[in-house]
Design a binder for this molecule. Structure first.
Ligand SMILES: N[C@@H](CCC(=O)N[C@@H](CS)C(=O)NCC(=O)O)C(=O)O
Length: 165
């Protein structure tokens, strides 16, 4: 039986799981749960994840959303790292910035820009594929054309990186 991934591509942890599975050639079926339509609050989805959040995976009878070890110390350590992740890294992904603001925020941080570029290269073509919905939503929000080549190629960010030549 194929692994099922319940995800919304507008959700960062959903995209992470999708990219991970694609990159590792894990055969899966993607089941879209549209948060904006409240599909994560239905009794059917709560059967899969009682927390009512995406992503969640189902492999036969095995359902997984968040899993912690029984050992209290290990659990506390994981909680502290997850909490840091949520209240720091993910906070920055919540806003849908336009290119100008993105350049202003990330511009001074060359190592982060380089890390993003390296991540895109290492996960190509899955990064762009899984982010397509976000690019479209972002373009709509900022009144731009989703197909604008400059927008998707992130050429503004690339030009801020030191040349590799
Ligand atoms: N720690 C969870 C977080 C999941 C999470 O925050 N999901 C959000 C979307 S990004 C969600 O489903 N929110 C709906 C809600 O909480 O009502 C994970 O990494 O899987």
């Amino acid at each position: 039986m194929k692994l099922k991934i319940y995800a919304d591509r507008m959700s960062q942890p959903s995209r992470a799981v999708l990219i991970f599975c694609k990159l590792n050639k894990i055969d899966f079926e993607e089941i879209r749960i549209v948060l904006l339509k409240g599909q994560h609050r239905t009794p059917e989805f709560k059967e899969i994840n009682p927390m009512g959040q995406v992503p969640a995976i189902v492999d036969g009878r095995f359902k997984l959303f968040e899993r912690y070890p029984a050992d209290l110390f290990k659990r506390a350590k994981i909680n502290s790292i997850l909490d840091w992740h949520h209240s720091n890294l993910r906070r920055g992904t919540g806003a849908v910035l336009d290119e100008k603001d993105r350049d202003r925020v990330l511009g001074p941080h060359k190592r982060i820009l380089q890390w993003i570029e390296d991540l895109k290269t290492a996960t190509s073509p899955h990064f762009e594929d899984v982010h397509e919905l976000l690019y479209t939503a972002k373009a709509r929000l900022h009144g731009m054309k989703a197909s604008a080549p400059d927008y998707k190629s992130q050429s503004g960010v690339k030009s801020m990186l030191p040349s590799k030549l």
